[in-house]
Design a protein around this ligand. Structure first.
Ligand code: F6P
Length: 541
């Protein structure tokens, strides 16, 4: 990019356009364009996106796509897929798309085709999963594995947990899955409280194999196992596997690298659920189910790479996020899946979106003079309706929503699914069109109560509809958001693939750990607040 975002003529055109349409109400937009609901919608790879209930006109989308071209989005998309080192601050390629490239295709990084390596790890994972699921892999005392405990944090936890919950319907019910992430010992203690160590497999998932939470939990798990097998170290090989890019640290920890499933530095932690980090997912749904999920990811990748911008789902969603963030000054977006299996999807998206785009420095090292990453949050519907939706409907803030729903339930019981879907449709309708003063009065509402019962409406949303939840559908959905995040980062000219902002806290915590254990009178050298808090903790612990 040669110019800063706000100086681009395409950005200025959008500023002018925003002034012209910012007060238009969705009621009027729908009244003026009778086919709007069908025109501002796009279907691709089995996902239907209705984006008509956004505060846009056809011209808005044209201008947003002009901006995308002005920011060289098509070139940036190609750069990602072709393995350019677009993670500039870490000097790395960004190739989560290679993790789902079909066997026989080729993706070259530093002169080497990585697809054969990816496929080899998938084959190794498959053989392991078949052995565990088939009962051939036995633990130290000769019993088959019945419990899987994934130990990891951030991208080494959120993806695996989310995918396990999302695909539970397709999972091996005879296996118990637990996920330990927090260094709070309660997480570990509760996860294993009812497990038999001789039937338990620990998956230590860490890209770096240095993350303090994961290493602390993994060591505790090791002691827990050894305690139950009379200290026999040979048990570790039967009950621990590692998922990592760091073979050296894995073997230092005491896990045989034969029991390590590898991935590579061109896979970011938050983009790694389809790498070896997905071993727990593969154990749950089996190798075929995992490959189905990868095929879903790949379908969305191909769509993102090849579809014209105006028909490109991640581009449309990404540019709408830019529209709200940079022009309406919106700060948050709610993701509201009307699918119980997606209950951890908003939490997963929080890392994906906010660790990626929570940046205030451009790739050229300049401080941005515009807003970047939106705050993502959400809960499954209909639960959220009975908690925070009030604020979305009648609060003072504008909160665009992504509704996600499926035409078919995996658990069709009576009329549950129609009730669920009626609710998601009703919510986006109510948010967009509201209820006017006249409508409230026509119901015979007393004058004083009218203002309380008016819904302004004009609150935007996307609605995504797929046929039903499945491994492939999950892959498509995750890839959709991954690519939408990238689109936003290209417009904002930031590196979506580093995360320097998490470092300082880690360094400071390392310094504080020994201070907490030191004598009560040992001198502290922090600010007066931190000093006082440490002193208080020392007294109270
Ligand atoms: O601290 C942030 C982070 O580096 C995330 O980006 C990452 O997903 C998480 O920690 C876990 O890292 P690792 O997989 O290396 O243990």
């Amino acid at each position: 990019m040669t110019d800063t975002l706000k100086n681009l003529p395409q950005y200025k055109a959008l500023e002018e356009h925003y002034e012209a349409i910012k007060d238009k109400h969705l009621r009027d937009l729908f009244a003026d364009e009778t086919e709007r609901g069908k025109q501002l919608a796009m279907e691709a790879v089995g996902l239907y996106l209705d984006y008509s209930k956004n505060r846009i006109t056809g011209e808005t989308m044209e201008l947003l796509l002009d901006l995308a071209r002005g920011c060289e989005l098509p070139e940036a998309i190609e750069a990602m897929f072709s393995g350019d080192k677009i993670n500039l601050t870490e000097g790395r390629a960004v190739l989560h798309t290679a993790l789902r490239a079909p066997a026989g295709t080729s993706v070259v990084v530093d002169g080497e085709d990585v697809v054969p390596d990816v496929q080899a790890v998938l084959d190794k994972m498959s053989a392991f999963c078949d052995a565990v699921r088939g009962g051939e892999w036995v633990g130290h005392s000769g019993l088959p594995i019945r419990n899987i405990v994934n130990i990891g944090i951030g991208g080494s936890d959120l993806g695996p947990v989310m995918a396990y919950e999302a695909l539970k319907y397709f999972s091996a019910r005879e296996l118990t899955f637990r996920f330990v992430s927090n260094v709070d010992a309660t997480d570990f203690a509760e996860a294993v409280a009812d497990l038999d160590p001789t039937e338990t497999m620990f998956i230590v998932a860490s890209k770096t194999f240095t993350t303090i939470e994961t290493m602390t939990n993994a060591n505790t798990a090791r002691q827990w196992l050894l305690h139950h097998v009379g200290g026999d170290e040979s048990a570790v090989a039967k009950h621990f596997v590692a998922l990592s890019t760091n073979a050296e640290k894995v073997s230092e920890f005491g896990i045989d690298t034969a029991n390590m499933f590898e991935f590579w530095d061109w896979v970011g932690g938050r983009y790694s659920m389809d790498s070896a980090i997905g071993l727990s997912t593969m154990l749950a749904v089996g190798p075929a189910g995992f490959r189905e999920m990868l095929a879903g990811f790949h379908e969305m990748d191909e769509h993102f790479r090849n579809a014209p911008l105006e028909k490109n789902l991640p581009v449309l969603m990404g540019m709408l996020a830019v529209w709200y963030s940079n022009f309406f000054g919106v700060e948050t977006t709610a993701v509201l899946p009307y699918e119980q299996y997606l209950k951890r999807f908003p939490a997963y998206l929080q890392q994906l979106t906010m660790e990626s785009n929570g940046k205030s420095t451009t790739v050229d090292g300049e401080r941005v003079d515009y807003e970047t990453g939106l705050i993502y949050w959400g809960e499954p519907g209909t639960n959220g309706q009975h908690s925070f939706y009030q604020l979305i409907h009648q609060g003072t803030r504008l909160i665009p929503c992504d509704f996600i729903a499926f035409a078919k339930s995996l658990n069709p019981i009576d009329d549950h699914h129609d009730i669920l879907i009626a609710n998601v449709l009703a919510q986006s309708e109510a948010l967009a069109f509201g209820k006017t003063d006249a409508e409230v009065r026509s119901e015979g509402t007393q004058d004083w109560l009218v203002p309380h019962r008016v819904f302004e409406g004009n609150r935007p949303s996307n609605t995504l509809i797929g046929e039903r939840m499945s491994p492939a559908m999950l892959g498509k959905l995750v890839a959709l958001y991954e690519h939408s995040v990238y689109v936003q980062s290209v417009i904002w000219n930031i590196d979506a693939f580093d995360q320097w902002g998490v470092e300082l806290g880690k360094v400071l915590a390392k310094a504080i750990i020994p201070e907490l254990a030191a004598d009560a009178d040992s001198v502290l050298d922090h600010d007066s607040s931190t000093n006082a808090l440490i002193e208080r903790y020392r007294k109270m612990k």
